[in-house]
Design a protein around this ligand. Structure first.
Ligand SMILES: Nc1ncnc2c1ncn2[C@@H]1O[C@H](COP(=O)(O)OP(=O)(O)OP(=O)(O)O)[C@@H](O)[C@H]1O
Ligand SMILES: [Mg+2]
Length: 183
């Protein structure tokens, strides 16, 4: 557990949206000196009521056997967030989509640092066929990126050159948030 960063948790939850067939995913990551909060909202059709009762039980999964991993994403997230004094909330509308939110209190995170947020965003953006909208704030300093804007200025992320360009851009955006924080 201790090796999973907050970015890994975010990745895991966003991956749930991808696996559920989302076309649009809205990611919000809000951080300040005390807390780390993320929200992932998708249009993947929601979670059936019988499943919803069990999503926080370990090893409950509707994933196909061929896909790696085992149904621990949400139980791990809940355990990790609650162990810091935070919480997890899943809201779902059948036929529409799901919103998963998690709050962590940073002072109680001993072995789970925030991790590589820029890298996590990059990996998400590389999922083809999904429209991502990402908003990231540290205090009142924010940046936003979305698939349409990237498509307009860079095109499809289909070459190592374009991928490293977007990767550098994300690193810079992240660094500028932290720099502003330290001004
Ligand atoms: N956004 C979502 N839309 C639809 N179903 C979801 C969503 N998030 C979770 N679920 C359902 O909850 C189940 C449990 O999710 P969880 O993240 O705990 O495990 P998993 O994704 O199946 O496997 P793992 O996260 O370990 O790779 C999923 O298999 C899926 O059926
Ligand atoms: Mg999962």
């Amino acid at each position: 557990m201790g090796l999973i960063t907050l970015s890994d948790h975010l990745h895991d939850i966003a991956e749930n949206s991808v696996n559920a067939g989302a076309k649009n995913v809205n990611v919000v990551v809000l951080e300040n000196a005390e807390t780390f909060f993320f929200s992932v909202e998708d249009d993947a059709g929601g979670i059936r009521t019988d499943m919803l009762e069990k999503i926080f039980d370990p090893f409950v999964t509707t994933r196909k056997k061929e896909i790696r991993r085992v149904g621990l994403g949400l139980p791990f997230l809940k355990q990790a967030a609650e162990s810091t004094g935070g919480c997890v909330k899943v809201e779902t509308k059948l036929g529409e989509g799901t919103k998963t939110e998690a709050l962590f209190y940073k002072k109680n995170i001993d072995c789970q640092p925030v991790g590589d947020i820029a890298q996590t965003f990059l990996v998400l953006l590389l999922n083809e066929g999904i429209h991502w909208h990402i908003k990231r704030c540290f205090d009142f300093n924010c940046y936003e990126i979305d698939t349409d804007t990237i498509g307009k200025y860079i095109g499809k992320l289909d070459s190592p050159g374009k991928i490293s360009l977007i990767s550098e851009m994300l690193e810079e955006l992240e660094n500028s948030l932290i720099d502003k924080e330290n001004e």
